[in-house]
Every structure is written in C-alpha cells, then in structure tokens.
Design a protein around this ligand. Structure first.
Ligand SMILES: [Zn+2]
Ligand SMILES: [Zn+2]
Length: 150
C-alpha cells in the first residue's frame, strides 16, 4: 500500500492524517499475521528517526480498531492482544500452542453453515470467530525427538 492509498483510507474513515498513524497503518499492512502492540512499537523504534512512545501506539491502535480499519483479537498465547488489518473478507487462523505461530487460513468454512443457521433460526448473523489450535509441523518434530529420548 502506498501513502496516497493510506491517506484515502484515512479520509474515508474520518481519521486525521499524521505521520505516526501512517507508519503504524503501513506496518500493519505489510504483516501477514497479527502483531501485538509491543511488537509494533519495537519495529517502529528500530527506525532511527522515531521517538514514538508505547502509549501513542496503543492510542492509534485503539482508534484504528474503533474505525474498523484494524481487528483486535487475543490470539497470542501469552495473552497479549494482537492487531491485524481488517481485510473485509474476514480470516481464520491456525495457532500453534507450542511456539505461538499464527497462520491465516484462506477462505471461510462456515459460510454454508451460516446460511443454514439463518434459515433455521431467522437470526441476522453479523459475525463469527473461529480459531483452530494445534501443534505445527516443526514443533511436532521437536516433540517426537523428545519422546524417543534424542
Ligand atoms: Zn509450533
Ligand atoms: Zn468465517
């Protein structure tokens, strides 16, 4: 995403442009996985010209979340909230409980189920959450080698 496109998104969402907002927005756009506020902060201060503080990061993330630009979730296994760009087509994730790796799953397996649920219950369904937890291939290998005592 380039700066003009970001400015456009801000304008449409009623968000005033600032350099720090732009930086966080671009950073989130370049991530394929959810990221915590702390990690965003750490990446930002790596840039030499940056003296943003952590509470500003939280404030901007709160604003983005409120405006629907960003989705907040508690995917991280250490209990920290994580943030990711709201790709209007929502996503589900596979989470490794061992190393905390988060992999987005393409497509939604619940669309058909939602349709049948609407028929059955007459609910207006707004959203759903689905997280799948397991152990990634790399961590399975570590487990196996531990089991046989290597
Ligand atoms: Zn793992
Ligand atoms: Zn879904």
């Amino acid at each position: 995403m380039d700066i003009n496109k970001a400015k456009d998104v801000f304008r449409r969402s009623g968000i005033k442009f600032s350099q720090q907002r732009l930086q966080i927005f671009l950073l989130l756009n370049n991530k394929n996985e959810p990221i915590s506020a702390d990690d965003i902060y750490l990446e930002l201060i790596k840039g030499e010209s940056n003296n943003i503080n952590i509470s500003t990061v939280y404030r901007i993330l709160g604003l983005f979340t409120k405006k629907g630009l960003v989705l907040k979730s508690n995917l991280n296994i250490d209990g920290k909230a994580t943030f990711e760009i709201n790709h209007r087509d929502h996503r589900h994730h596979l989470i490794c409980i061992q190393c905390g790796k988060i992999v987005p799953i393409s497509g939604c397996p619940l669309k058909e189920y939602e349709r049948s649920l609407i028929k059955k219950t007459n609910y207006l369904i707004l959203e759903h959450n689905l997280e799948i937890r397991g152990i990634c291939p790399e961590c399975q290998k570590i487990r196996e080698s531990k089991d046989i005592g290597i």
